[in-house]
Design a protein. Structure first.
Length: 230
């Protein structure tokens, strides 16, 4: 009897170890494999991975976009299958962006201009935001005050802590940023907040005052501006 139990335990331990060893998250992950942006996951050491956002300007350096992680057991991630992974949108909510594994090779290939224009939009400009193009954010410094204003608090101890407030005119049709409290932007799907196709020559007003303008396309009088993260 004891021998049988011991054998069962050894088999179970072997299966668990094999499962852990067999799951390698290294590769490029996207919500749609045709998109010009996505997530690069690279094996760093032992069970640790770096998780970096990538776009036209390339990828964030390991550990810059989000802390290195084991992924498995990390509450910021949701493992759906070996080829489907959820990454938490907000620190205080159980909402996840879902990505599927597009390739096992983590090498990020920056799209050529022509490809980027097809996948993104005509008139893409790859440069840093300047002056009024920058989103200023706000001066709220505590979770309590942020929630009072109807905002969302983002915090990772030792890395960042800030409040993001929604704009009152979020989603309003616009031709340029003069029509909005924030900026006029072009959604990636070119649709309104209720899912309807945008009328030609229009974007929508920025949803909130998140100061991260990387990968957020502004729309100014028919021109779409994509900002470089570097």
């Amino acid at each position: 009897m004891k021998t049988t139990r011991l054998l069962i335990c050894l088999i179970a331990l072997f299966v668990v170890s094999l499962e852990s060893w067999a799951t390698d998250y290294t590769g490029i992950w996207k919500d749609k494999c045709s998109n010009y942006y996505g997530i690069q996951i690279k094996h760093i050491e032992k069970e640790l991975y770096s998780v970096s956002f990538c776009g036209l300007a390339g990828c964030f350096k390991p550990g810059e976009w989000t802390p290195n992680t084991r992924i498995k057991g990390d509450p910021e991630y949701k493992i759906i299958s070996p080829t489907e992974l959820g990454i938490k949108k907000y620190k205080d909510k159980d909402e996840f962006d879902i990505y599927k594994k597009c390739t096992d090779d983590p090498t990020w290939i920056v799209a050529e201009k022509e490809t980027a224009e097809i996948n993104f939009a005509p008139g893409v400009i790859d440069r840093k935001p300047i002056g009024a193009e920058k989103t200023k954010g706000n001066y709220i410094k505590s979770n309590k005050n942020c929630l009072k204003k109807g905002g969302t608090w983002f915090e990772e101890k030792g890395y960042y802590a800030y409040c993001v407030l929604p704009y009152a005119d979020a989603g309003k049709p616009c031709k340029n940023s003069k029509n909005c409290i924030g900026h006029c932007i072009m959604p990636l799907d070119k649709k309104t907040l209720d899912g309807k196709p945008l009328e030609k020559g229009y974007g929508i007003c920025q949803l909130n005052d998140d100061p991260d303008d990387c990968a957020r396309p502004h729309f100014e009088n028919g021109e779409i501006i994509y900002f470089n993260c570097d």
